[in-house]
Design a protein around this ligand. Structure first.
Ligand code: DP6
Length: 345
């Protein structure tokens, strides 16, 4: 009685950042966010979900090492998916009782885990989709995003390709805190992301811990949540629809800086950027100054690694400049380029 399904989920990198929770148990955010999904040939998680009565208990293997499945986040995902499967089994007695069987999840990342490269986003998105496929749930990506969010907030955005928003929602149970597609990758096929791996080490302050501290202590943060982000969300969606790269870049850089300013405004302060990150910022500012307009945009998550967005037409300028400027900076491990592409559905 072995049942099995495999899937992959891509990494997404936010251009309007999720930072702050209004519920820590349900991973409900204080503000909406927007991301670009990266090509799966560069960064992705591959997950196989199996279930069988012959398994002793639920288990999770990530890159060959055993993970704790007792954590509230993984348990929430398992519970929600089993409930949806049970409903199918109750309606149709011919359906095998998969929801009663222990689950075995095997995941592989093709990039460094927990290095600030959004591994939890691809990880939980792949876990939820693999189990949904195993259970043959008729759930849409938006419905699955509600479940993946409970694993890791940013994971809800990895159920879609292209340009994706996560609506913060207002309901206490989180039923309206969902991801939706702003535009498919095919809408803006010349968009590119360059990943500058500054450090592949595990990050210092986890995003969960960091955002809690910011919510509790930063005086800048309430302004970001109330006025700054809602306006930027609207302008960013418009810039994407109009393929207005200069506005997209301006908002992306401002929002990364606003997020890191809130980190610095946290007590005690949180430092995610290092000297190499700051050199990357100066390099992008230099490229844009030389071009006389924004042709590249930097953004940083909860770590020192830099993601640079640019349009393919400026590939030579942007990639060439980075090699010239950062090639001599100590601590720079190299760059990886990747096209933005849909999830292959
Ligand atoms: C800086 O999704 O990792 O990357 O919900 O606690 O799992 P949890 O946090 P997580 O936070 C990501 C924060 C960020 C910004 C973003 O991706 O929007």
């Amino acid at each position: 009685d072995l049942h099995r399904a495999s899937t992959t989920a891509p990494v997404n990198i936010a251009v309007i950042k999720y930072w702050g929770k209004r519920s820590t148990t349900l991973n409900l955010p204080t503000n909406s966010s927007l991301s670009v999904t990266l090509s799966q040939s560069d960064l992705r998680t591959h997950t196989t979900a199996s279930c069988s009565h012959s398994f002793n208990s639920d288990s999770l293997l990530l890159n060959g090492s055993v993970q704790d499945v007792a954590g509230a986040r993984t348990q929430a995902c398992f519970r929600e998916l089993r409930a949806l499967r049970s409903a199918i089994e109750e309606k149709d007695a011919a359906e095998p009782k998969l929801s009663a069987m222990p689950l075995q999840i095997v995941s592989e990342n093709n990039f460094p885990t927990a290095a600030g490269l959004a591994s939890s986003a691809a990880g939980f998105a792949a876990l939820v989709r693999a189990i949904a496929d195993l259970y043959r749930l008729p759930a849409s990506p938006t419905e699955l995003s509600r479940i993946a969010r409970q694993g890791s907030g940013s994971a809800c955005r990895s159920l879609f390709g292209g340009f994706v928003a996560w609506e913060a929602g207002v309901e206490e149970d989180g039923r309206d805190s969902l991801a939706y597609e702003v535009a498919p990758a095919s809408h803006w096929p010349s968009m590119r992301a360059l990943i500058l791996v500054v450090s592949a080490e595990k990050k210092g302050v986890s995003s969960t811990t960091g955002m809690q501290a910011t919510v509790a202590t930063s005086a800048l943060f309430p302004m970001r949540v109330k006025d700054v982000v809602p306006q930027r969300m609207k302008r960013m969606e418009k810039a994407i629809h109009e393929k207005d790269f200069a506005t997209f870049a301006d908002l992306t850089m401002r929002d990364s800086n606003s997020f890191h300013a809130c980190c610095l405004d946290t007590t005690p302060p949180i430092f995610y950027l290092n000297d190499v990150s700051r050199a990357a910022i100066r390099a992008v500012e230099g490229i844009n100054a030389k071009a006389g307009k924004e042709i590249a945009a930097y953004t940083f998550d909860a770590g020192p690694n830099c993601v640079v967005y640019y349009d393919e037409e400026n590939e030579a300028l942007v990639a060439g400049w980075f090699k010239a400027v950062l090639g001599s900076v100590e601590g720079w491990d190299g760059a990886r380029g990747g096209a933005v592409a849909p999830m292959g559905e």
